[in-house]
Write a protein that binds this ligand. Structure first.
Ligand code: SF4
Ligand code: SF4
Length: 312
């Protein structure tokens, strides 16, 4: 017998599954986002990420990923760490999300935990679900807004008033509906105000207008996604970055407020010191077998050792 709504179960269970926040919304196709994305691609801002364009017809309609979807649990996982966990001064810099193991599998595991928790409730034993963590195309940030978890900042990142923007978004697509009378979460008001710090601080001026990033100019794309090495025009402003860039988030006032919660202890995203403390000299000398061993499970494997060495 059902005595509790799906959204209430998710509210009760998300913390035990390693998440910092969660919200639940009914599924709808995201037509406005589809049009905005098509316009962004048409301007060439997707650079050579042709796979983004190929997924355009999937992204707005989650039924393409999971035909029975009726509701979407949207989760945020903060990867803010205590201040003593940081890279030493002067070593080649790695974006914070990559200090631990690749988050895709970890978040999917946590989302499966959440599904199991839902199934343990009376009346929900048969619920089917699919975890989605940005390897499967979906408009995660738009779902974060719909779930009342934050607003899209000028940086184009989802900014949570409670957590800031060093967060990872995971979706759990569910074939169970929300109960009759469910009231959708209140939208979070845009908190950017007159601030433009992210746009002004971006080393490559990749945020071409509020909420619009030209991926081709973004250091994250150049150092992580781009096939081959980083373009010559970008190299002078890398400033020691070898994998990703946190600049637009580092300057955001919502990431610099006292009392912001850190990463949940049960999230599974611990930083690996042995990968964060490597000097340029050590990187230059690193053999492929050593790289493969030290970075097993790390997203840096995606870039590869030769691309990293080429940036030192
Ligand atoms: S990640 Fe770095 S390069 Fe990309 S938009 Fe942000 S500040 Fe600019
Ligand atoms: S830096 Fe300022 S403008 Fe950019 S996302 Fe943060 S609050 Fe908004």
């Amino acid at each position: 017998m059902i005595t509790v709504g799906l959204h209430e179960i998710i509210e009760r269970e998300y913390r035990a599954c390693g998440f910092s926040a969660a919200g639940t919304v009914a599924f709808v196709p995201l037509e406005e986002e589809r049009q905005r994305f098509a316009g962004w691609m048409a301007k060439g801002y997707g650079a050579d990420m042709g796979y983004l364009g190929r997924s355009a017809e999937y992204r707005h309609d989650l039924r393409r990923l999971f035909p029975g979807v009726k509701s979407v649990a949207v989760t945020l996982t903060s990867y803010r760490r205590p201040p003593e966990i940081r890279q030493p001064e002067g070593v080649p810099r790695i974006a914070r999300f990559a200090w631990g193991n690749d988050y895709h599998d970890i978040l999917k595991r946590n989302l499966r935990r959440l599904l199991e928790a839902i199934r343990s409730y009376d009346g929900f034993g048969d619920v089917q679900g699919r975890p989605v963590v940005d390897s499967a195309p979906a408009f995660e940030r738009a779902w974060g807004v719909r779930a009342g978890l934050g607003w899209i900042g000028r940086s184009s990142m989802l900014v949570s008033p409670a957590l800031g923007s060093f967060t990872l978004i995971g979706l759990l697509l569910l074939d169970a509906p929300l109960p009759d009378g469910f009231v959708a979460p209140e939208p979070v008001p845009d908190g950017c105000g007159n601030c433009r710090r992210c746009m002004e601080a971006c080393p490559t001026r990749a945020i071409v207008s509020p909420h619009v990033v030209n991926a081709g100019r973004c250091i994250s794309y150049q150092t992580i996604e781009r096939r081959g090495t980083v373009e010559e025009a970008i190299r002078p402003v890398l400033d020691g970055r070898i994998f990703g860039c946190d600049r637009c988030m580092e300057v955001c006032p919502y990431n610099d407020r006292p009392g912001l919660p850190t990463m949940p202890a049960n999230a599974g995203l611990e930083a690996v010191a042995d990968r964060m403390n490597i000097t340029a000299e050590e990187w230059r000398k690193m053999a492929p077998a050593d790289f493969a061993e030290r970075f097993a499970g790390s997203p840096l494997l995606r870039a590869g050792l030769s691309k990293i060495k080429g940036l030192l």
